[in-house]
Write a protein that binds this ligand. Structure first.
Ligand code: C2E
Ligand code: CA
Ligand code: CA
Length: 280
């Protein structure tokens, strides 16, 4: 490891220990009626000198140098505690947490998650784990762990679908409850026939397997319309909301109810449309 990386890792370790990390939460809404179904927790690190360090920069570092389990547990605890608080405020939503494939190699991980849910008084059914395939670890190898989570009632989403190993055929064997179509396919939806065909097949097959489908990275009203027409269940992206601070969610939810009507019947005027899209 070069000295710069070493230093960043040390600083990350300190931030984790001293409360320097926080979670932002991005809503996922139902295409049917715009209702808030769940929020995805995304880690944020405001570095004192470097400013916001993106997770794509420090999560892999934590994975490679033994810090990921601490990070994962911190994220789970923080998100579950936050769920309790929202619940007390009458906000009814599930919560999704990103889990690195490295953490799944820990055999007692499902028990640990169950204990955390119990300690923080969150039903396991309200938690979804979002898993991305590691570069070297196809998810099929983690079958036992995944099954144990399902037995406990925890939901499992396969993240970035279409970019890893798991084809739809493999998916049949894995105990997932949800798939998230990667942003790259969503971006092309309005313009590329190929992307339309891919997204349509993924949605139809996933539904055939009884899975919920979320499209991520939805940024335009055209993409939203296409996804609704294709029967995609949930949408997430800057069009609906950027990742929010925990305390912003309640206000967002009431504003969103009114805005949804416009999103599904957007104004013809390109200027008004642009303004609508920019206000997510
Ligand atoms: P991801 O799980 O695929 O998360 C989606 C990423 O896309 C997030 O970036 C989110 O801010 C961004 N995003 C959401 N909507 C849009 C959109 O409409 N357009 C565009 N261009 N981007 C959008 P972020 O927060 O930088 O996270 C990057 C990745 O870091 C995540 O990808 C996830 O793999 C990982 N990550 C984030 N938080 C955690 C965590 O707590 N634990 C672990 N293990 N990984 C995390
Ligand atoms: Ca995710
Ligand atoms: Ca993703």
């Amino acid at each position: 490891m070069n000295p710069k990386e070493r230093r960043l890792l040390d600083e990350l370790e300190r931030a984790l220990a001293e409360g320097g990390l926080r979670l932002a939460y991005q809503p996922k809404v139902a295409t049917a009626d715009g209702s808030l179904v769940r929020v995805e927790a995304l880690v944020r690190w405001a570095h004192p000198a470097l400013g916001a360090v993106p997770p794509a920069r420090f999560v892999p570092l934590a994975e490679d140098h033994g810090l990921i389990d601490d990070l994962t547990q911190w994220a789970l605890r923080t998100a579950l505690r936050q769920w309790r608080e929202w619940h007390a405020q009458g906000l009814d939503t599930d919560v999704a947490v990103n889990i690195s494939a490295v953490s799944l190699e820990q055999l007692d991980f499902p028990d640990l998650v169950e204990r955390l849910c119990r300690a923080l008084d969150v039903p396991t059914e309200r938690l979804v784990l979002e898993l991305t395939e590691g570069a070297t670890q196809p998810l099929i190898k983690l079958m036992d762990t995944l099954t144990r989570f399902r037995i406990k009632g925890v939901g499992l989403a396969i993240d970035d679908f279409g970019t890893g190993y798991s084809g739809l055929i493999q998916l049949r064997k894995l105990p997932f409850t949800e798939i998230k179509i990667d942003r790259q396919f969503v971006t092309g939806l309005a313009t590329s026939r190929d992307d339309q065909v891919i997204v349509r097949s993924v949605i139809d097959l996933a539904h055939g397997l009884g899975l919920l489908v979320t499209a991520e990275g939805v940024e335009t009203v055209e993409q939203l319309a296409a996804l609704r027409a294709l029967g995609c269940d949930l949408v997430q992206g800057y069009l609906l909301a950027h990742p929010l601070e925990a305390h912003e969610l309640v206000a967002w939810a009431s504003r969103h109810k009114r805005r949804w009507k416009l999103l599904i019947r957007p104004p013809e005027d390109p200027y008004l449309r642009q303004r609508l899209e920019a206000n997510g």
